[in-house]
Design a protein around this ligand. Structure first.
Ligand SMILES: *[C@@H]1O[C@H](CO)[C@@H](O)[C@H](O)[C@H]1NC(C)=O
Ligand SMILES: *[C@@H]1O[C@H](CO)[C@@H](O)[C@H](O)[C@H]1NC(C)=O
Length: 119
């Protein structure tokens, strides 16, 4: 009985992992990951051309997407500010139907205040 339950739960977890959870967090892979990296690069370039900070992507360790109100991409990424490399979490949340402030970007790096920009 107990073993059957465990197997059922494992099977369910596997099915969910294969299908991806609707409304849940899904890893970005292949062409979608490349498109997401482009988003990340564009967003960092936009920050650098404004009042900063000036970060370059060193490497993307992982990236996920989530359907919320809009789409939310989360990156576990190594960033460089020119002198130092840091492991940061970057989130890009887009609500493209909004006339303004439809893009919200947050960057969390260790030993630095969280940064949030909206445009
Ligand atoms: C990333 O880029 C794709 C393709 O341009 C776009 O459809 C998607 O909404 C973007 N996602 C985010 C969160 O910026
Ligand atoms: C990069 O970050 C380090 C540590 O936070 C800081 O000391 C340094 O001044 C920054 N360099 C630039 C070019 O912003």
């Amino acid at each position: 009985m107990h073993a059957a339950k465990v197997i059922f739960v494992l099977g369910l977890a596997l099915a969910v992992a294969r299908a991806g959870i609707p409304g849940g967090v899904n890893p970005l892979e292949g062409a979608k990951l490349e498109a997401a990296k482009l988003n990340l690069t564009n967003v960092l370039a936009k920050l650098a051309s404004g009042d900063g900070p000036n970060y370059q992507v060193v490497s993307v360790k992982s990236a996920t997407t989530q359907v919320v109100a809009g789409s939310l991409e989360t990156f576990d990424v190594e960033l460089s500010n020119g002198t130092d490399k840091k492991n940061c979490i970057v989130k890009i949340w887009e609500q493209p139907w909004l006339p303004k402030d439809g893009t919200k970007v947050t960057i969390k790096c260790p030993n630095e205040p969280d940064l949030e920009k909206v445009w």
